[in-house]
Ligand binder design. Structure first.
Ligand code: ZN
Length: 188
């Protein structure tokens, strides 16, 4: 069986989505300075280019939209807000150059970084990788993971943690239902 490895673009989108960790209650993009630091660490901007509040808002809106799109259950509002961000990130197509898509060079550095994220997203969608990159079905987790299952059927980031937690909840719910059912039987 050949393992399907995520492309660099898929890894970038996953890293971006997972800057928010619901389980740990951490967010690497909390402030504009945090966000600038993350963009530098990812090599998306060359040096700490200041993000203003508007850039920061755009970055968070883009992340919220991408996280929703990966979650399957989508909020039309967040997708629309994410799309509004994307409209402000022009991309240049070139016949001769590699890569064929790149951020418009006229964009300021923070916007170029966001346009690079947008290009990575378009790569995921056009290659079908978006089907393998998923957000954990456990809403308290929401971790974005690469699904290596053959039919792309995995729902939880880890079966041992989130999968079992979901099963335990389902079991408890069944027990409760059974309990109330037998209680009502007894009452009759
Ligand atoms: Zn999870």
């Amino acid at each position: 069986m050949s393992m399907i490895e995520p492309s660099a673009q898929a890894e970038l989108v996953a890293a971006f989505a997972n800057t928010l960790d619901l389980d740990d209650e951490t967010d690497f993009l909390t402030t504009p300075a945090d966000a600038a630091g993350w963009l530098v660490a990812q090599g998306l901007v060359e040096r700490p280019a200041g993000l203003d509040d508007r850039d920061h808002r755009m970055l968070l809106d883009l992340r919220a939209g991408i996280r929703d799109a990966l979650g399957g259950v989508t909020s039309a509002d967040r997708l629309a807000v994410g799309d509004a961000v994307l409209r402000e990130l022009p991309v240049l197509v070139s016949l001769g150059a590699t890569p064929a898509l790149r951020p418009a060079p006229t964009l300021p550095a923070p916007r170029r970084a966001m346009a690079t994220l947008a290009i990575a997203w378009s790569h995921l969608v056009s290659t079908g990788e978006a089907d393998r990159l998923k957000r954990c079905a456990d809403d308290t987790c929401g971790w974005v993971f690469w699904d290596v299952s053959r039919n792309h059927s995995r729902r939880w980031c880890t079966m041992s943690v989130c999968g079992n937690r979901a099963k335990a909840r389902a079991y408890a719910a069944r027990q409760r239902a059974r309990g109330s059912a037998s209680a009502s039987t007894t009452n009759c």
